[in-house]
Write a protein that binds this ligand. Sequence first.
Ligand code: CA
Length: 350
Amino acid sequence: MNILLATLGIAALLPHTPVQNQGKSQAPKRQIVIAHRGASGYLPEHTLQGVAMAYQMGVDFIEPDCVLSKDNIPVVVHDTHIDTISDVAKKFPDRKRKDGRYYAIDFTLAELKTLAVSERFDPATGKAVYPKRFPLGVPGFTIPTLAEEIELVQGLNKSTGKNIGIYPEVKYPEWHRTEGRDISKAVLEVLWKYGYKTKEDKCFLQCFDFAETKRIRTELGWQGRLIQLTTENADKESSTDYEKLLMPAGLAEVAKVADGIGPWINQLIEGKVDGKLKINDVAKNAKALGLQIHPYTFRFDAVQSYADSFDDLLRAAFVEVGVDGVFSDHPDKAVAFVKKLNRAAPKQQN
Ligand code: CA
């Protein structure tokens, strides 16, 4: 047994390592790493600095979450509200809604651009959500538009000769509709403008709301790659019944419109029993339908209790479950793992 395999702790499991397209002319498919909100483990999420850093870390895709500004421009922000990642409460104290929150959609792009963006914090206490990450209060970070983020990635693609993709998420379409807006349409217009049109283009579009995923594919005519996200129903992310969607019949419906699923990793690995990971049938059933599997979120500083370490979590996902890619806040570490995995696997096969 070579040392590398032993180090990875995957040797015993290598027969399960995914080997796609065997016997066909195309190269085996390599697992992908998606920079979750940029290199968000190191720099404030969804900032252009974090995007550039993720790019340099060798990721395959960079994820912009999209919500709309007051003037209907897709901006890259994770939540509908912006008081957890910016100084909006200080700069615009009279612009909060009745619930005390400040919403991106109540501000024009020009106003959003005046905000200082920081690492995520709890507005009630002012304390960082991830205390060991980039410090709060460092100036120089702002909210980018989806177009600006694409221009940065495409600019780097030109100057480096690489072809790194984008993995935008349409956030809260139902909520946007109650505000009289069509977030999907606005995002698609930007994607089409920048040349993301077919499955050949390096872009995955993702959405939690299954009704909207279907609408994006059919009514709105998106012909590019599409991922159905899932979470626990208790999260109330959308009206979608995720428990039902992850059952075989639900996955079959997903496969009619989408290219893959983006589940919470705990929806594939349910814990550890007697020292053995409890892996359910979701991934197996999804694979049987030809769906790709890109779970979230792999965080070096917040590893699931059923894994011994970040690498152990990645090993469980890639080797035991057989996922095709991961969303990670620490993409450098995920990229390093995938490289090791792909170097290790062929040696065993020969
Ligand atoms: Ca997202």
